[in-house]
Structure formats: C-alpha cells, structure tokens
Design a protein around this ligand. Structure first.
Ligand code: BES
Ligand code: MN
Ligand code: ZN
Length: 489
C-alpha cells in the first residue's frame, strides 16, 4: 500500500472514497453532485456512521466506482470513528477490485489535522490487513496506490510529517499482529529473538540476546523455572534505543510478556483454553512493534525493551504446583499454580530492566489474566501502577492512540493477599481480584521505580472480526507505547 497526499486526480482514480458527515455543510466534488443527490434521495444514504453507499459514475469512456462512507454527526466525530469508516471503505474498494484510489480528505474543524491524517491512514492500512500466508490457494492482491486529496497547501508540510508517522505506526501495529498470528511452532523464543535482531538492524536499535546459560548466570530463577520444560530454550531479549544520548538519566523501560506458548504447565489448561495461547506473547510483540516505530521516527528518547521469551509446557523436568522457586531479586516464590506463569517471567524481566539496564520508569504489557476479560471485556486494557503521575502520562498517550485503558486500584489490602505462608510471595491468589493481584505481584519486583502494568489479555486478541480488527492478534499497545515515548521526547 502506497499512500500519498494530493497525488491522484479525481478523474484518474478507479474508485473515489468520499467520507460524508451526516450533518456536513461541506461542498461535494462538483462532478459527483448529481450522484450524491441521488444517494441522499429517499434516505438511501444519510451519512450515519459506518453507512456505505456505492455507485458508478460513467462519463464518456471513463467509468469510476464511487464509495460514500458515513462519518456520523460532526460534533460527535472522533479519530476512532474515522479509522472504522476508512477500514470499511477500503474493504469495499478491494471488493470492487480498485488499484488507484482517491480518498477525499475529511475537512472538519472538529479535529486537528494530525488526528485526521493519522486516523485516515491507520484506517486504510488496518482495513487491508490479512493473515493468509498459510493458505496455499491465496491470490496475491495488487498493491494499492492511494491519494488522500484536499489538504490545503499551507498544511501540506505538516500533513506529510503526519502521513509518515502514521504509516510507521500502522506498519508497526500490523507487524505486531503478524508476530501474534504466527503459530507457536514457527514463533518460539529463538525465532522471536531472530525477528527482534532483524528489526533492530532494519530500524536502528541494538538487540542483545541472552541464551539459557547467560540467563542462568543472571540468576533469573523464576523465568528459568517457567521455561524449563520446553525443548525450545528460553531467550532474554534486550532491545536498546538511545535517541537522547546526552541524557543518561531518563530511560523508559518496556517489558513484554513473552510466553511463546502457554499450555499452563502441570496446572494444565483445557484444550479450549489452550488453542489461542500462541498469543501469550502479545506483550512482547507490542514492545517490539513499538521499538520499530520509535526508532524509525528517530524519537529523541532513550528506551530499553526487555522480553523474557519461553514456553510453559510439561515434562519430567517441569516446575510443579507446590514448588518454591527463587528469583533474580532474591525473593522466594511459592508456586501454587503453574498456569500463573506470566507474573514469574515478568518479575524477573522487570527486575532485570531496573537492576541491569537502569531504566528510570518501566511499563510492562502482558496477556496476564483471564480475569481482565471478565472485568473489562475485549475493548479495554486494565492498568495497575505504583505511580499516579506515570499513569497520567499513559492516559495522555492512550488519548492520542484512542486505545482504551482503565486504571484498577492497588490498595495495600490487595498486596496482603500475595503473601505466602512458607515463602515471600505466592503466585496464585484465588478467584478474587485476579487482575489486580497478578499485577501487584509484578509490582513487588519494581520496588520504588515508577511502574505500570497493562493487562492486555482481553484486548490483544479477537475471537471474531470487529471493526478494523481482524480475527486474531490486534497489535494493541504499539501505538500507545509510541506516544508514551514521544511525549517524553
Ligand atoms: N496467559 C494466561 C492468561 C490469558 C487467559 C490470556 C485468556 C489470554 C486469554 C495466563 O498465563 C493465565 O493462565 N492466567 C491464569 C492465572 C490463574 C491461574 C491465577 C488465569 O487467568 O486463569
Ligand atoms: Mn498461564
Ligand atoms: Zn500465560
């Protein structure tokens, strides 16, 4: 997909995508006014959000498809609504076998230029995403040339910069989706580490991969316990981007849960709960995706991302319910449930980021609990923090990406629940407050460093297509992490 601004003339395109506000006063393109009038007659098309009307314009030899796409009322317009509308229109344009696509810029005072360009571009990209590489009968679709037209000349430079950033963000998000959608027999610790290395070379960040011996030397005992049963050895992947070299004080730490597969271990999951567990590395995919975007845009920030990649399986050497294991921080952990493995790998990864990489703040992203689905569903990511100011920064970033986040409480009473009778902490606390307790377990290893935990178990995977999200990985977190880094630059 190749998107440009003001590049394809109206009458040269195969298809015209015309976004329409329900109550818009904007003038229609002269040559479409008849068709638009026809569309509006008898309420065939009124511009309600998501409404689509297609028509054909035939003038002499040149025939064009027209797609009117509704945006809803102007005062209710958001970037998210634009994303949804653009994705829908793009799918329609694909159905119509278009290759040269003209998209009319959404000219509205309701939103800023950067929001409009960003949401239009992301919507177009997301609407065209497919994960069909394993279908041998798939047909390679022609690549699309798209022009977003109608930005006034004075705003064109700003528009170009927004376009470039939006392409980066869309591609990084779709990259994360790909990583999640790859099955676990393809995407395991070593191959994920290879992907990280390739990305580092391509976008310009340093990638260091520690193998199982080095992980042992680091004494990451909790991480090692989880990964022990797999024939695929664990990898500790460290990605470093120093865009602000003069500043050695501020380093943003990103930690992604990297369970390349989670069968539950001896606390084995039922088959139904296991089938989608290749996605238990969506946090790792999000931080890798975010790193590519941060580096590609050359942000003036320092970011270090850490992924403790392993698989949670069963074997004669596996860790067992009842085991007491150590951790890099020195704390002993009573394992009551081997399926509560994410917090164990993250405890060591977060501690490593603080102790060895000297990050000044740390955010972890993890598909950590089924409980977050019960609490917030598939639309909203649950957040836990030890620092409200840091959460405000996240909230601002999430306002830019329009990814939904919600802060859960972290009262001391919850921390009491984590205490073990015979060790320092226990890894499983029963049914109550599952998401909060799981998050606070990780927080116990962050000590006084500003820390935030995003439980993306509900938002990183869709069981069915929904809006601009396809069935499977969503790439959630990539764009929010990017804005979090950008706002610090
Ligand atoms: N990876 C799962 C959480 C999960 C569940 C992610 C559903 C995506 C969809 C995690 O490792 C897990 O198994 N959590 C347990 C914790 C429990 C044993 C305390 C859970 O949520 O049931
Ligand atoms: Mn688990
Ligand atoms: Zn898991």
């Amino acid at each position: 997909m190749n998107i440009k601004l003001n590049s394809i003339k109206v009458d040269k395109a195969d298809v015209l995508i015309i976004p329409v506000l329900e109550d818009g006063k904007e003038e229609m393109i002269e040559s479409l006014s008849e068709i638009f009038k026809h569309a509006k007659e008898k309420e065939k098309f009124s511009g309600k959000h998501g409404e689509v009307f297609t028509s054909i314009k035939a003038k002499k030899a040149k025939t064009q498809d027209i797609i009117f796409i509704g945006l809803g009322k102007e005062k209710e317009l958001t970037g998210e609504k634009i994303r949804l509308a653009m994705a829908k229109a793009l799918k329609k344009a694909r159905e119509l076998k278009s290759e040269l696509i003209y998209v009319k810029y959404i000219n509205t005072a309701k939103l800023k230029l950067d929001v409009i360009v960003n949401s239009m571009v992301e919507g177009l990209y997301f609407g065209d995403y497919k994960f069909d590489k394993y279908k041998t009968d798939r047909k390679d679709q022609p690549s699309l040339d798209i022009s977003i037209d109608g930005i006034d000349n004075a705003s064109l430079d700003k528009g170009e910069a927004c376009l470039a950033e939006s392409k980066t963000l869309a591609e990084a998000t779709l990259f994360a989706r790909d990583l999640v959608n790859e099955p676990a027999n393809v995407m395991y610790p070593q191959t994920f580490a290879e992907k990280a290395k390739e990305s580092g070379e391509k976008y310009g960040f340093e990638v260091e991969v520690h193998d199982e011996k080095q992980i042992e030397e680091l004494e990451m005992k909790a991480f090692l316990a989880v990964g022990r049963a797999s024939d695929n050895p664990p990898r500790l992947i460290v990605m470093r981007y120093f865009g602000d070299k003069d500043n050695s004080k501020d380093i943003l730490g990103l930690v992604g849960k990297g369970l390349m597969y989670d069968a539950g271990g001896y606390s084995l999951k039922p088959t139904d709960g296991m089938v989608d567990m290749k996605s238990d590395m969506a946090g790792a995919a999000a931080v890798l995706g975010a790193m590519t975007a941060i580096a590609e845009q050359g942000l003036k920030v320092n970011v270090v991302a850490v992924v403790a990649a392993c698989e949670n399986l069963i074997s004669g050497g596996a860790y067992k319910p009842g085991d007491i294991i150590g951790s890099m921080a020195g704390k002993n952990i009573e394992v009551l449930n081997t399926d509560a493995e994410g917090r164990l790998t993250l405890a060591d990864a977060v501690y490593y980021a603080i102790a060895k990489e000297k990050v000044s703040e740390v955010v972890d992203l993890a598909t950590l609990t089924g409980a977050v689905l019960v609490a917030l569903g598939t639309t909203t990511t649950g957040v836990i923090t030890n620092n409200e100011k840091f959460y405000k920064e996240l909230k601002k970033a999430a306002d830019s990406s329009e990814e939904k986040m919600w802060l859960l409480p972290s009262f001391d009473e919850y921390k009491e629940i984590l205490k073990s009778d015979i060790a320092d902490l226990k890894n499983s606390t029963g049914r109550n407050a599952g998401t909060i307790c799981a998050g606070l377990f990780i927080g116990a290893f962050a000590k006084d460093t500003p820390w935030m935990h995003l439980d993306i178990a509900g938002t990183s995977w869709m069981d069915n297509e929904k809006g601009y999200l396809t069935k499977g990985g969503t790439g959630v977190g990539v764009r929010t992490l990017y804005y979090l880094a950008k706002d610090r630059s």
